[in-house]
Design a protein around this ligand. Sequence first.
Ligand code: SF4
Length: 330
Amino acid sequence: MALLEVRNLSKYFPVRAGLFSRVSGMLRAVDGVDLSLAEGKTLGLVGESGCGKSTLGRSILRLIEPTGGSIRFEGEDMMALEGAALREKRRRMQIIFQDPYASLNPRMRVGDIIGEGLEIHGLASGTKKRDVVMEMLHKVGLRDEHFYRYPHEFSGGQRQRIGIARALVFRPSLIIADEPVSALDVSIQAQILNLLFDLQREMNLAFVFISHDLRVVEHVSHRVAIMYLGKIVEIADAETIYREPQHPYTRALLSAVPVVDPSRKKTRVVLQGDVPSPLNPPPGCSFHPRCPDAIAECSRITPDLLAGARGHAVACHVHGPGAVQMGHAH
Ligand code: SF4
């Protein structure tokens, strides 16, 4: 059974305009997303900024309320839970942010920051709380004396370790990691990625790892989903995405990544234009104004995300598993 099963998840934001703030449109930040994730595995979720990946992460946690769809987590229907039951289940899914410093209270000692949630939720206090916090400090590579220090005394990488420890005290089974290394130097990025990988094995953690950078998720992901204007356009095992990308958007993202392995083919695809506004997405395939392979259908018919071999799904009239059918029809 999957740890997390997301079906047809949507999040629309009403857009208001005019004197009486009438709703004049809907911003479809997340538009019919299906995902599943097994225990102890990582799903990389990649796309340019504004594609809806962070909104999707927060919708899964119900930190923002989805407009529609279903979320099953540890066998429970998350959308049906309310109040205490929702809070309890939500503790099993935690989030870590790009900039943990923004959420670390500068006047609190690190030990108190990490242990605060335990006290609030009535899970531990006093010496029990202290023991849990110390254990988590050690797990993330910090030392006893760090317990008594204040956030400003730490480097960026150490602050991210504090953010991770604060999530781990709840012993979650799933962590939504939203650009957790984007603000860090490259050398520090590798340390934090290794830490997350070690913690995954040690604590059987599953991750949804959100990034704008395909290179960052490559070595930590088991599966990778590519998102464009609120929809998943390609999803496959990590190796397949990097070796045999199908969707023109995935190919363009990959060709923008510097490649170290010379055995990999590299034809540079330069993306034309900017990401269109999700307020007014292009009809048909929303990637068509930027796509080098677009055909006439692309501006009229929205391609479905169709699964091919080994769960490799692609939403594209030309490169998806449905492409042959399309060819016969015309
Ligand atoms: Fe390009 Fe058409 Fe495929 Fe969209 S459906 S990615 S426009 S070829």
